[in-house]
Design a protein around this ligand. Sequence first.
Ligand SMILES: [Zn+2]
Length: 232
Amino acid sequence: MTNLCDLNWLQVEGAARRAVLVPLGSLEQHGPHLPLDTDTRIAVAVARGAAASRGGVAAAPPVAFGSSGEHAAFAGTLSIGTSALCSLLVELGRDATRDWKAMLLVNGHGGNVDAVSAAVDCLRGEGRPCAAFHVAPGSGDAHAGLSETALLLHLAPEVVRLDLAEAGERSPVSELMDRLRSDGVRSVSANGVLGDPRAATAREGRRLFEELIAGCLASLDALLAIPKPVHA
Ligand SMILES: [Zn+2]
């Protein structure tokens, strides 16, 4: 199984339904050269790739809005915030675990981490097998930089404007985090880029993508090994 949208209900009913993967993205600026839905595209591709490698596992359509308040100063960004995203994921998880033995959230956006962690804690507290895999390609090149640009050159080269790619703020995100949280991304990077995308290649993107699929499958396999909760 791969793509839940493509199935009819009889196919789902007849399947093993071991796990559903839910990609989480964002709609937020990704510099002058990448589309607003970059995180969503990457999360969808990872979830579908992982689902295709395991029987009885499907990838749901994505939650395409996330928590992106730190990008609000750039036009086009649409965010629902941490609290609404957490509530959405809890309700989705309660419903998903009626049909499926487990749910894996495949999160493509760093700003979603707090909501995802809280939702997973809540659902697990209710005895529902669920976990999260956070897409974090490469290292230290946080936003619209080398890693995300390379991944999109591999996954969807037609949407990448490499001719417009330019370097942004290159300090490590750990050093910028306080200002990012208090004043937003635009206060540290005028073009919205954290990192330098100019040397990105599709070949590197393919390597990163394969790494992400392997990481997602490791999370999925660990989740599938969780024994079914015993209800009183
Ligand atoms: Zn991103």
